[in-house]
Design a protein around this ligand. Structure first.
Ligand SMILES: NC(=O)c1ccc[n+]([C@@H]2O[C@H](COP(=O)([O-])OP(=O)(O)OC[C@H]3O[C@@H](n4cnc5c(N)ncnc54)[C@H](OP(=O)(O)O)[C@@H]3O)[C@@H](O)[C@H]2O)c1
Length: 263
């Protein structure tokens, strides 16, 4: 669908990728409604982009409801906000597990459920869910993140079929490791396994194209990661063996430690 003049609701807009996505939609002439938890981080972005800012904690059901009401009719949803949810599950409290599921999976599903009817009625709209290559391939110390991102991929592709022919598209955009900004870059960690990275702008471009070209699934990652994640999807036990052998001891320690505060 055409982005010029469309109303776009973007979650996690002050985050590393969110900011790049917001700027890309603004450059295409979208009217932006942006959301995040922290007013001090969100308001400068709203001022830069002439966007409406709505503060909402997506793990709080009342605040999610308030966001949906205040956003009103939107043409495009970009469900981008997420928690890193990294580390071993046995270290997680029940409350932390609930928060990861609520922010990464329940909120995008509920936003889609609640915003799609008006799009279907108009015969025009698009839902973009920002997933991850971790929605295709598992890795150690990622079970919760894997669960939410595999779930998001299943939801996006399934709901896309429900809406087929309605004029409303659904896309999943799945980045690999992103440099310069975002939940991985913020840790300052080297990339485990020495994989190449992508930029926030590449993710933003893919998000725009998901809408304009009605893409089902886009993997924003270097070729080797796209190939390996496809193999891992088919042969998970083989992939796990390869990862166990090839990842150096402690390769993930720095980013796992840095992301602990975001549980
Ligand atoms: N960065 C990567 O390497 C990478 C790779 C693959 C996929 N992804 C995906 O890309 C998306 C964006 O990630 P990012 O790297 O930009 O992450 P980020 O920099 O950590 O930003 C996350 C955003 O989510 C928001 N958020 C977190 N918890 C929230 C809550 N309870 N309620 C409302 N908003 C909440 C944050 O808002 P506050 O700042 O207010 O907390 C922030 O705006 C995510 O879906 C992530 O899984 C990222």
């Amino acid at each position: 669908m055409e982005i010029q003049g469309a109303t776009v609701l973007l979650t996690g807009a002050n985050g590393g990728l969110g900011l790049a996505i917001a700027r890309a939609f603004k450059a295409r002439g979208a009217n932006l409604i942006i959301t995040g938890r922290r007013p001090d981080a969100l308001e400068p972005v709203a001022a830069e982009l002439g966007a409406e800012a709505i503060i909402a904690d997506l793990s709080d059901r009342d605040q999610l409801e308030d966001l949906i009401t205040r956003a009103g009719k939107v043409d495009v949803l970009v469900a981008n906000a997420a928690l890193p949810s990294s580390g071993e599950l046995l270290e997680y409290t029940e409350e932390q597990i609930d928060r990861a599921l609520d922010v990464n999976l329940r909120a995008p599903i509920m936003l889609s459920r609640r915003l799609a009817p008006a799009m279907v009625e108009a015969g025009r709209g698009h839902l973009v869910l920002i997933g991850s290559i971790s929605g295709k391939a598992t890795s150690a110390a990622s079970s919760l993140y894997n669960a939410t991102k595999f779930g998001l991929r299943g939801f996006a592709l399934g709901f896309r079929e429900d809406l087929h022919g309605s004029g409303v598209g659904v896309s999943i955009v799945q980045p690999g490791f992103v440099r310069d900004a975002g939940m991985f870059a913020d840790t300052g960690s080297p990339v485990p396994g020495g994989f190449r990275t992508v930029s926030p702008e590449q993710v933003a471009k893919a998000t725009i194209e998901a809408v304009t070209k009605n893409r089902a699934e886009t993997n924003v990652a270097p070729l080797e990661m796209r190939v390996l994640s496809a193999i891992a999807g088919q042969f998970p036990a083989f992939s796990a063996r390869v990862q166990r052998r090839s990842l150096k001891e402690g390769a993930m320690d720095q980013f796992l430690e840095a992301q602990k505060s975001k549980r």
